[in-house]
Design a protein around this ligand. Structure first.
Ligand code: GLN
Ligand code: ZN
Length: 762
């Protein structure tokens, strides 16, 4: 008989209850006890949601982040937060966010501290708090969180399978602050893992899920040896270990994994289906094989029949050794489709959120154990839903498919090389040396947000809303003229979000009401759902841009989000490659670019903020991704005439390993984030001899601080050591929508003054 289990459940709550409770608590509303009891209620609810499983995860709940939880369990607290006298949870929030509501009571001993660094969890949009190590890191076990949650689960008759992050991945994800070799800490860490497993065994726990997702990356040899060492060390434990890997293939690590002395291995079948046979062949016959057959990263119904066709022979072979599960923790999908009241009924029928994915798992289990007939109704419904999806005319638009097939390399090619274009553009635009501009958005004021809400509620009609937004645009233009900026923007007042704004106007997208996914801490995102072939019924930005241009003689920059960013920040289709969806988006945004050009807009910026984050986990796959990603950008941007200046913007500065692709995009101007790195990150461009224009950010928009003119001058001079001054632009790091006008005006004043100073010196 095959068993079912789950690797983790979303903890934020179907209506983001945890988010609101946390944020309230951080603001000083509500007590710690209230927060803790809400957490207990959520856990109870989530175990109920998972009630039909043979084993449910315990310890996957987190107040902020599971990696930070692990740091606390292992007693690996940064030096700066030690000796805190308050509640442990307050201290935990101090590491997570630098402060805590109750810190005031401890002002003498422990006020605010530097928050832990945050970074992306593998290739997801979830961010974890990076463990900090040094050569002297000492660990001290505190199993209380896990034991308490275990007791809680037991009291609710949950068949509990504690979940912990494995020692090697924990070290892999951390950072040695003193540049020591963090791997040497493994010897100090392993005895604690033994003790932790003993403590769980003591409570009668049979199975423990130990996550080692680092195994799906290209692990250096010493790290693979560390895996060997760790699991040999833990082999004596009294609990059974299920080693969980997810998000990718085991690849060259598979042989080693199969030999580990663990009781079972979980494999992500969505990504590593082709490895299942080999793994089963290599594993000793007493090992459990957990197959992650339901996609834990997307929101589509599983094709149950197809899954069963593949699974049944494996089930017949494995019998009791087979476990079924989602591919990874369900943390990365929204909680419950049942909450959606407004979602388009047709599309809704094609979707499955966490709760529905567990139902699918149940159906698969029943089919495998008792035959498909035992779940004939569920299978028939699934089949009908899938069929309606594959046949829907809203999904399939032959014209779009044809257009993608007809794409040629010519479509992505500018007419002339950069040097010729630049001469033409400079002649037309007549910009001074060190031209100044901004990245697009100006402050999203309370009035703007209120107007949008009123419009959504029907309290403002279309004409009234447009008028309000035009007032805001006019204000932005006025301010920019007063500041003396060279290339203006309209300010993006009308945009709620840089992806949603375009998704809402494109055919092929739907939006959920509660499809929230945790991004970090209490922050969630609600990715739009790309369900069908993408087309653009009508121009999306032209009216706004034209209006803004009518208010000034300075060049007005058209502002678009690029196809790769729209793709990477959406839930995308599973019935065609990502590349195809991206090309479709590229063709749609290309039409917008050409319409802007036709409307007389001579500078057009296409943001690709998320290009880098779409990089696959394994470096060996980067090339393929970058090929179609860059090609998509080129298709979008490069249909314009030589005189039209194309800008792109990226919110980061690590370009070393992708600089060639960035240059391939062939944008006339790229603006990037550099102010915090003191321009050193421009070295990548310098070393590569990047040929086009660059606007390295000189103003850190993440901080309320106003940069001084002198500081900006000094940054530009540093930039000019690396990039010839005639190819430098002067601009902030990113858009200004999260700032206040009171901060933006003095900062930009200093920025413009800095450019003037340098022009005079030149
Ligand atoms: N044009 C967008 C803005 O200014 C860019 C935002 C981003 O890159 N994240 O807000
Ligand atoms: Zn940005």
């Amino acid at each position: 008989m095959a068993l079912t289990h789950n690797l983790g459940f979303p903890r934020i709550g179907a209506k983001r209850e945890l988010k609101f409770a946390l944020e309230g608590y951080w603001k000083g509303q509500g007590s710690l006890d209230e927060l803790k009891s809400l957490a207990a209620e959520l856990r109870q609810l989530h175990w109920q949601n998972q009630g039909a499983l043979d084993l449910a995860p315990v310890g996957d709940f987190s107040f902020y982040d599971q990696v930070l939880d692990t740091s606390f369990t292992l007693g690996n607290l940064p030096e700066r937060v030690r000796g805190f006298h308050g509640d442990q949870l307050d201290n935990y929030f101090r590491v997570a966010r630098g402060r805590s509501a109750r810190a005031a009571e401890h002002a003498d001993c422990c006020g605010g501290v530097a928050a832990g660094e945050m970074t992306k969890w593998f290739d997801t949009n979830y961010h974890y708090i990076v463990p900090e190590f040094s050569a002297d890191t000492e660990f001290a076990l505190d199993p209380s969180r896990l034991l308490d949650q275990l007791a809680e689960a037991r009291a609710q008759n949950v068949n509990a399978k504690p979940v912990i992050l494995g020692p090697v991945t924990y070290l892999w994800l951390g950072k040695a602050k003193d540049d020591s070799d963090k791997l040497t800490l493994l010897d100090r860490l392993l005895p604690l893992y033994s003790q932790l497993l003993d403590a769980l065994a003591e409570q009668g726990v049979e199975w423990v899920q130990i996550d080692e997702p680092a195994l799906v990356t290209e692990l250096p040899g010493v790290w693979l040896q560390a895996i060997d060492k760790a699991y040999s060390f833990l082999a004596g434990t009294r609990v059974k270990l299920l080693l969980a890997t997810y998000f990718g293939t085991l690849g060259e690590n598979l042989q080693s994994v199969a030999k580990l002395p663990v009781a079972g291995v979980h494999l992500d079948v969505i990504n590593a289906k082709h490895e299942v046979g080999q793994l089963i062949e290599l594993l000793p016959e007493d090992r459990v094989v957990s197959l992650g057959v339901i996609n834990g990263r997307n929101i589509w119904k599983t094709d149950l029949d197809a899954t069963l066709d593949w699974l049944e022979p494996i089930a017949a072979q494995l019998r009791d050794r087979l476990w079924l599960a989602p591919s990874c923790s369900l943390l990365h999908v929204p909680v419950d489709l049942g909450s959606e009241e407004k979602l388009d009924a047709e599309v809704r029928n094609w979707l499955a959120f966490a709760v529905q994915k567990l139902d699918e798992l149940q159906t698969l289990q029943a089919a495998v154990n008792n035959g498909r007939d035992s779940v004939a109704k569920a299978l028939a419904e699934n089949k009908a839903a899938l069929q309606s999806r594959s046949e829907s005319t809203r999904v399939n638009n032959p014209l779009v498919k044809e257009a993608v097939e007809k794409i040629t390399t010519e479509l992505g090619q500018r007419k002339s090389a950069y040097a010729e274009r630049a001469a033409l553009q400079h002649g037309n635009l007549k910009l001074p040396r060190y031209p100044t501009t901004t990245i697009g958005s100006f402050p999203q004021t309370r009035e703007i947000r209120a107007a949008r809400l009123q419009f959504r509620k029907g309290e403002l009609n279309q004409a009234e809303y447009v008028e309000k937004m035009q007032e805001e645009i006019a204000r932005s233009v006025r301010e920019q003229e007063a500041l003396g900026l060279d290339v203006l923007v309209h300010g993006e007042a009308e945009r709620n979000d840089m992806v949603e704004y375009f998704g809402e106007q494109l055919d092929g997208y739907v939006f959920s009401q509660f499809g929230w996914v945790q991004s970090y801490g209490s922050r969630c995102v609600k990715p739009p759902i790309l369900f069908g072939d993408i087309s653009r019924p009508k121009a999306m930005t032209v009216k706004w841009t034209r209006y803004a241009q009518s208010l000034t003689d300075k060049p007005m920059k058209g502002m678009l989000t690029g196809p790769v960013t729209i793709l990477n920040w959406s839930f995308v289709r599973d019935d065609q490659p990502r590349s195809v969806s991206c090309y479709q988006l590229a063709l749609a945004i290309r039409e917008e670019v050409l319409d802007l050009e036709k409307a007389g807009v001579s500078v057009i910026q296409i943001d690709e903020a998320a290009l880098r984050e779409g990089l696959p986990l394994r470096q060996s796959q980067w090339k393929e991704y970058l090929n179609w990603a860059v090609e998509s950008f080129r298709i979008t941007a490069n249909g314009v005439s030589d005189a039209t200046q194309i800008h792109t913007h990226m919110c980061y500065s690590e370009f070393n390993d992708i600089i060639e692709s960035i240059a391939d995009m062939d944008a006339d101007v790229i603006t990037i984030e550099t102010s915090r790195s003191d321009m050193e990150l421009l070295d990548a461009f310098d070393n590569f001899k990047y040929p086009n224009e660059i606007g390295p950010g000189v103003y850190d928009i993440h901080s309320p601080n106003i940069p001084s003119e002198a500081h900006i001058v000094q940054l530009i001079l540093k930039a000019a050591e690396r990039i010839p001054a005639e190819r430098l632009w002067v601009n902030p790091d990113c858009g200004l929508k999260t700032r206040q006008w009171e901060e933006v005006i003095p900062a930009l004043k200093n920025m413009v003054a800095a450019a003037h100073t340098l022009r005079v010196q030149a």
